[in-house]
Design a protein around this ligand. Structure first.
Ligand SMILES: Nc1ncnc2c1ncn2[C@@H]1O[C@H](COP(=O)(O)OP(=O)(O)OP(=O)(O)O)[C@@H](O)[C@H]1O
Ligand SMILES: [Mg+2]
Ligand SMILES: [Zn+2]
Length: 565
């Protein structure tokens, strides 16, 4: 007799056998009892959590010769054939390999005929998200007006990939991942049935490795039985699964706590010698790190932890060694390392480096404590009228923090101000101190005239653009060139980096002080005039902002008014 794999052998045959999907099975039972079964269902959820199983049970429930019933007898020809997957009236279509329009046309053809023997003609479309767009379109019509006594069940691991048009014509059931305990209990039952003597730790290792998928758990059980025979002890099972002993994970965490770099690295060496796959190990360590974080933040009893009770205690104890922040930092570092290792030729180095980071991570000061230090020095309070420093980028290499003289702020309606070129800092600086500059004209008109003349001397084109100005203003080190809406064309011409730089140089010379240039349209004048320069000036005077700049070696790039956001 041919061997049947455990996962198939123990496929539930009734709704009540299905583990952990009560929301779905209860609703379906209710629909059958009240004769309100829909014509289209979507069963979505992770792999191996009971979608196909439930679809077949629903088919049996409807087509059982004793039915429709919520407890199909399992012995009538319909039930037997459905369980075996060869019923004429219940067709299973694998959309992964039959993706196209032709298959769906065939299906549409077949759906037009009445069931051969049973009550319903049922189509179970597995991996339904793999259908092509044309195939979905072909299916739409049938789902919209399904022939009487027909039923479609679309099973998929990626429900969100089904077109909304399909989704809206079906009832959607989301199958959940199974809990550690649900999987563990099922494994124990199956092991008993199979007369396998399994240590608790062995089944526990299997249940954890399955990560919520019962099929995975049962397949792994098959695999370890093949490797170990009818007695399963934890150590051997973990070896077969490539799962590191929890003691080793805990050992590494303790070594991190003790800042024992050597202990950590030696453990990695030991794993490598024993032939563990290090990328897989990093995945386990990441999961362990995540569990520690949860144990610290939500308590060791949290249902978010999918582990046996003794491990809960251990997690609780280890998590207590670290702060919440340490643990989230650990988790972050490990998570990144896990993905780096996947693509690396030297995964071991990545792991070692990450562990070194973990050993030293606790010595780094946190951003919060840095910020905490700042709050004493006049950090802007959270009041709504404080200007907010939106971004502080590290200054390139200047040893002392320095505000970029050419940096600018942006009016809320986007006044289209251009960033200064990278050289702005240095080109503007001499102007600040140069004693040789002529005194600037006193009136605003006089200044504009002087600027125009100077601009013309550099570029006729630029000068002629300025002839279309509708307004001009100098305030707080900023020169506004304002154009009417109808002249936005000229404003746009002035917005190139090159033109802005020329304008800035000319204005700096004529006005005898370093300035920012702002080219904008008329309608924004009101807003910009009253608030923008003040906000920047206030931000720059603010001791909190100053402290930020010093601490992070930063530059004020933008000032935003929170009230306007
Ligand atoms: N909720 C469950 N209760 C009991 N057994 C289950 C459950 N989910 C899965 N199984 C076991 O796993 C096997 C596969 O389940 P099933 O075919 O229903 O998974 P699926 O959700 O359709 O997965 P896939 O997306 O990979 O097709 C079943 O034969 C059964 O042994
Ligand atoms: Mg399936
Ligand atoms: Zn039956």
């Amino acid at each position: 007799m041919s061997y049947q794999v455990i996962a198939r052998k123990y496929r539930p045959q009734t709704f009540d056998d299905v583990v952990g999907q009560h929301l779905v099975t209860d609703t379906l039972k209710n629909a059958i009892q009240t004769d309100r079964v829909a014509h289209g269902y979507i069963f979505s959820g992770a792999r191996g959590v009971g979608k196909t199983t439930t679809a077949r049970i629903l088919a049996k429930a409807l087509n059982c010769s004793a039915g429709p019933t919520v407890t199909p007898d399992g012995i009538c020809p319909s039930c037997v054939e459905i369980a075996a997957g060869n019923s004429v009236d219940v067709q299973e279509i694998d959309a992964a390999s039959n993706r196209g329009i032709d298959e769906i046309r065939e299906l549409r053809e077949s759906v037009r005929y009445l069931p051969a023997r049973d009550r319903y003609k049922i189509f179970i479309i597995d991996e339904a998200h793999m259908l092509t767009t044309e195939a979905f379109n072909a299916l739409l019509k049938t789902l919209e007006e399904p022939p009487p006594r027909s039923l479609f069940i679309l099973a998929t691991t990626e429900g969100h990939k089904l077109p909304p048009t399909i989704q809206s014509r079906c009832q959607h059931f989301a199958f959940r991942l199974l809990d550690y305990t649900e999987i563990y209990d099922r494994l124990r039952c199956v092991a008993e049935e199979e007369k396998i003597a399994a240590e608790e730790g062995a089944l526990s290792a299997l249940a954890q490795a399955a990560e919520g998928s019962l099929r995975d758990a049962l397949s792994l059980l098959d695999q370890v039985i093949a490797a170990c025979g009818e007695r399963l002890d934890e150590k051997r099972v973990r070896q077969v699964l490539g799962a590191a002993p929890t003691e080793l994970l805990a050992g590494i965490v303790r070594a991190i706590d003790a800042a024992d770099a050597r202990g950590v690295l030696e453990r990695v060496g030991q794993l490598a010698t024993e032939g563990y796959e290090l990328a897989h190990f990093c995945g386990e360590l990441t999961r362990f790190g995540r569990d520690l974080m949860i144990a610290r933040s939500c308590g060791a009893e949290s249902p978010l932890l999918q582990v046996p009770d003794d491990q809960r205690r251990q997690l609780g104890e280890l998590a207590g060694l670290f702060s919440e922040e340490d643990l989230s930092r650990f988790f972050n570092i490990l998570l990144r390392t896990e993905s780096e290792m996947r693509y690396s030729l030297v995964p071991r180095f990545h792991l070692e480096l990450a562990l070194m980071k973990l050993v030293h991570a606790r010595r780094l000061s946190s951003i919060e404590s840095l910020l905490g230090g700042l709050s004493g020095s006049g950090l802007p309070e959270k009041s709504s009228n404080s200007p907010r420093v939106a971004a502080a980028t590290p200054a390139r290499s200047a040893p002392a923090p320095k505000l970029r003289t050419g940096s600018f702020d942006r009016a809320p309606a986007d006044a289209s101000v251009q960033a200064p070129p990278p050289g702005a800092e240095t080109t503007a600086a001499p102007a600040e101190t140069s004693p040789a500059l002529p005194a600037p004209p006193a009136s605003e008109d006089g200044r504009l005239a002087a600027i125009k003349t100077s601009v013309y001397s550099q570029s006729n084109f630029l000068g002629s653009c300025l002839e279309h100005l509708s307004g001009f203003r100098i305030e707080d080190g900023q020169v506004d060139f304002i154009f009417a809406q109808k002249d936005s064309f000229f404003a746009d011409l002035l917005k190139s980096r090159e033109q802005q730089e020329t304008l800035r140089t000319v204005c700096t010379q004529v006005l005898g002080q370093p300035v920012r240039i702002c080219v904008r349209l008329n309608e924004q004048a009101g807003v910009a005039r009253t608030e923008r320069p003040n906000a920047r000036a206030r931000a720059e005077r603010d001791p909190g902002v100053d402290a930020f700049r010093k601490k992070f070696d930063g530059t004020v790039v933008d000032v935003k008014d929170l009230k306007r956001e």
